[in-house]
Design a protein around this ligand. Structure first.
Ligand SMILES: Nc1ncnc2c1ncn2[C@@H]1O[C@H](COP(=O)(O)OP(=O)(O)O)[C@@H](O)[C@H]1O
Ligand SMILES: N[C@@H](CCOP(=O)(O)O)C(=O)O
Length: 376
């Protein structure tokens, strides 16, 4: 059985979660980089005269037209409900107003679903007054989105490496644990939980572990975002079940060098460029992303001075380029340095040859990660 989360008068929270770029070349399902684009929720809860739950969602920004506003269908509120139900609670019997501003485009490889899942866990935490420590927020998020790269970067900020623990069969047993890329397709009868429904268990502890690496302040991040989507689940479906040993070794060698080379001064473009190459997911995804191999194989530090490395961002189709700003004065307003602009424009030109429209952005690394702040 469950009960409505208790309501202690009017409360307000802000939840802010950064975008993220996963993989960074060879670190498939391992590396993540938090970026300065945000999913922000302004949440207010006020006692409701009818003493029933009224959750109202509204959107501005990316996905505003596509995201469902039914709280039983929306990814953020479904994840919040998972957290509440696992604590034998449901949405509070109150007016819950959730105003969402989203800067993370859907299905582009910038971690929109990870940001939504992390925001959902924090929302459930706030509404139920659960006060989960960061490690438990991560456990919940990883039970929904089972690749830790984006989730860890979105939650903790910075440049991260992570792994999932091999769960014991007993920890995985309950069929109600939502193991999927993101939560499965909306159940056709999605609606408020009913008395007698099986409630989801709390996740096992330490589902995933992570470390944070250094990331040189002299590296500028350029993301080039095409105007088409590639669903992560589809891009994962393009990958084989097994790999030749030489391809695995190719990636492992580069992964080990890459993690240290991005904080080593002076930055060495030749090492970084080679260390950002991949054989495990990018070649397999070329069929979904026209122009990918041309961009990542022909743009080098010799052809484009300042370029450090280039790869697919997450499952794509966005391209991530790391650019050296050593010796350059970064414009204070967050605009691109000339080196970053040259790289962004060059990628745009290559894609234009295939008739693909893009937008490129100069971003920084977000160091803070996800934030849940209550307004007193
Ligand atoms: N802010 C959000 N609100 C609601 N749903 C979201 C939000 N962000 C992402 N999603 C869901 O996640 C899907 C995108 O997930 P995915 O295919 O993994 O792409 P991405 O690379 O952007 O994470 C969207 O189509 C939408 O269903
Ligand atoms: N390692 C995953 C990362 C998916 O990131 P997303 O931002 O595209 O959801 C993969 O490459 O499948």
């Amino acid at each position: 059985m469950f009960s409505a989360a208790p309501v202690a008068g009017q409360r307000k929270w802000t939840i802010r979660v950064p975008a993220s770029s996963a993989n960074i070349g060879p670190g498939f399902d391992v590396l993540g980089l938090a970026l300065t684009r945000y999913l922000t929720l302004e949440v207010s809860l006020s006692p409701c005269p009818e003493a029933e739950s009224k959750v109202v969602l509204s959107y501005t920004g990316e996905g505003a037209k596509d995201a469902p506003t039914d709280p039983y269908k929306n990814l953020i509120t479904r994840v919040a409900l998972y957290v509440l139900l696992s604590h034998r609670l449901t949405f509070p019997a109150a007016a819950v107003n959730i105003v969402i501003d989203n800067q993370v485009p859907f299905g582009r490889g910038m971690g929109s679903s990870a940001a939504a899942v992390v925001a959902g866990v924090l929302l459930g935490d706030a509404l139920g007054d659960v006060r989960l420590p960061q490690e438990r927020v991560k456990d919940y998020a990883l039970m929904v989105e089972r690749h830790p790269d984006n989730v860890t970067a979105a939650l903790c900020g910075g440049f991260t490496g992570s792994f999932l623990r091999m769960l014991e069969p007993s920890e995985l047993a309950p069929s109600s644990i939502p193991l999927a890329e993101v939560l499965p397709a909306y159940p056709p009868n999605a609606g408020p939980p009913q008395p007698g429904d099986e409630l989801p268990p709390q996740p096992p502890v330490n589902v995933g572990r992570h470390v944070r690496y250094g990331f040189s302040k002299e590296i500028g991040v350029v993301v080039v975002v095409p105007k088409f989507e590639v669903e992560t689940a589809k891009a994962r479906g393009a990958l084989p079940d097994s790999y030749p040993r030489q391809d695995v070794v190719f990636n492992l060698q580069r992964l080990a060098v890459l993690t240290a080379s991005l904080s080593t001064s002076p930055l060495d473009p030749n090492v970084i460029w080679e260390a950002m190459r991949d054989k495990v997911h990018q070649p397999q995804r070329e069929g979904l992303i026209p122009g990918l191999s041309k961009i990542v194989n022909t743009m080098t530090p010799s052809t484009h001075p300042g370029l450090l490395g280039i790869c697919l961002s997450g499952a794509g189709p966005t391209i991530l380029a790391l650019v050296s700003n050593e010796g350059a004065t970064k414009p204070a307003d967050g605009k691109a340095t000339p080196q970053m602009e040259a790289v962004g424009e060059a990628i745009k030109d290559i894609w234009a040859q295939d008739g693909i429209e893009v937008e490129w952005l100069a971003l920084d690394v977000d160091d803070e990660g996800a934030v849940l702040r209550e307004h007193k």
